[in-house]
Design a protein around this ligand. Structure first.
Ligand code: EPU
Length: 417
């Protein structure tokens, strides 16, 4: 078992690379397959720990699951358990998507509170609100989310207090089984919401408006399994774009959806990076000095919180002062201490990081504190002179498929040790 990612920095990344399937779509679409009366085949799944975690959970529940070469075949007909042990769900946040899907299939679900990255307070009040608005009886006593369909289960108006990704997906997953019309107001608009809605539609559900802030679902229709290919990973694409620019490289990324990347592309252009796209290909080139920027994380289509960390790592090398405000998760600056150990000049004022560019980062042994902090450590190590060792790789393996091989194919000296 590897413990570190060893990275020799200071080498510009050059060449072509392909992006993998979306983690955050995968972890919603795999449990959604439980709602079908027949098997589903899901393609373009990333080879990452979160997907293996779901494979194990589905098998435990009684589904037949086969996962090879990015394709998962799920036959949900044997699913007969509606309870999960904490050991199986504590590894990832998205395990709570099993609450509406098991409830839809079996009438009730008992799922321990989700795990996932410790990036701040991650309440589930909006998921509870969504499910109870549809008439489900929900209880979270004792650290377990229990949901029972109940007599009154049916479509309704749901007003989310904030556009939460998790609450939008959970409400959508419940609403497809709830007879009648559900309207989700103030829905999240992230690409993985649209992809989950498209998968549900391919199963026979009526879901309209995903990608806008009002989603309408006509629920209670019979759903069958489907063959579906999930979208490319927006955050992996962004991480590769940042790594290319940070090392002053020239990288062409294939299999992307450029419109998903507009907020990052705008920031990179502002920094003086060349970004061009055509069809599903994005090319990122950087040569000279990087200019500083001011940015604030926002819900989609704003700048994603998941790219705040790797971009901040890159800003340590911009010529001047950048201001980065994190509005989504309050603990998403914990990785900054590691960057400081590499010589970065970053001060935190409440939710804003003030990043003063320095000439060079020093190689160091650093630790990822969560998945996207891992991306920040990789970007920093790729820029630093000398050999760095990045620990906490269990986080990186949760969400980045074969990141070592991909960076090596671009000329990076990167290996798991
Ligand atoms: N919030 C509430 N109440 C709720 C739900 C959310 O107050 O019931 C707040 C949160 O505290 C946070 C904000 O709303 O301030 C946004 O949370 P959201 O529910 O949108 O996040 P999530 O569903 O827990 C997903 C991604 C995260 C990504 C966020 C924001 C998945 C599995 N996870 O989390 O991805 O950072 O949306 O875009 O889709 C990652 O991939 O590394 C990751 C953490």
């Amino acid at each position: 078992m590897s413990e570190f990612l060893r990275i020799r920095g200071g080498i510009p990344l050059n060449g072509d690379v392909s992006v993998s399937g979306s983690k955050n779509a995968a972890v919603a679409i795999i449990p959604a397959a439980l709602l079908g009366s027949t098997p589903s085949t899901i393609e373009n799944l990333p080879d990452i720990d979160d997907v293996y975690c779901y494979r194990d959970i589905l098998k435990y529940l009684g589904a037949k699951v086969d996962f090879k070469h990015g394709v998962m075949r799920i036959d949900p007909r044997g699913v007969n358990k509606n309870e999960l042990p904490i050991e199986l769900v504590s590894r990832m946040r998205a395990s709570y998507y099993l609450v509406p899907t098991l409830m839809g299939r079996l009438g009730s679900a008992h799922v321990p509170m989700p795990g996932g990255c410790d990036i701040g307070n991650r309440p589930i009040d909006q998921t509870v609100k969504g499910l109870t608005s549809l008439g489900a009886k929900v209880d979270t006593a004792g650290g377990v989310i229990s949901a029972v369909r109940g007599e009154a289960f049916g479509g309704n108006e749901v007003f989310l207090a904030m556009p939460s990704v998790g609450a939008t997906i959970n409400t959508m997953l419940a609403a497809v089984s709830a007879p009648g019309r559900t309207t989700i107001h103030n829905a999240a608009k992230e690409p993985h919401i649209v992809d989950t809605a498209n998968f549900l539609s391919s199963m026979g559900a009526r879901v309209k408006g995903a990608g806008t802030d009002v989603i309408r679902i006509d629920g209670g229709r019979p759903l069958s399994g489907s063959n579906y290919t999930i979208i490319p990973d927006q955050i992996e694409t962004g991480t590769l774009m940042i790594a290319a620019a940070a090392t002053r490289g020239d990288v062409t990324i294939h299999g992307t959806i450029p419109t998903h990347m507009e907020s990052l592309t705008a920031k990179l252009l502002e920094m003086g990076v060349y970004v061009t796209d055509e069809d599903d290909v994005i090319r990122v080139r950087a040569t000279g000095t990087l200019r500083p920027v001011t940015l604030k994380t926002q819900v989609y289509p704003g700048f994603p919180t998941d790219l705040q960390q790797p971009l901040t790592a890159m800003l340590t090398q911009a010529w001047g002062t950048s201001y980065v405000t994190e509005t989504i998760f309050e603990n998403r600056f914990r990785y900054v201490d590691e960057l400081r150990r590499m010589g970065a000049d970053i001060k935190i004022f409440e939710r804003t990081a003030v990043v003063q560019g320095v000439e060079r980062l020093r190689a160091a042994t650093i630790t990822a504190t969560d998945l996207r902090a891992g991306a920040a450590m990789i970007v920093a190590a790729l820029m630093a002179e000398g050999e760095s060792k990045v620990g906490g790789i269990q986080y990186i393996m949760r969400g980045y498929e074969h990141i070592d091989e991909k960076l090596r194919s671009l000329g990076g000296e990167v290996e798991f040790i």
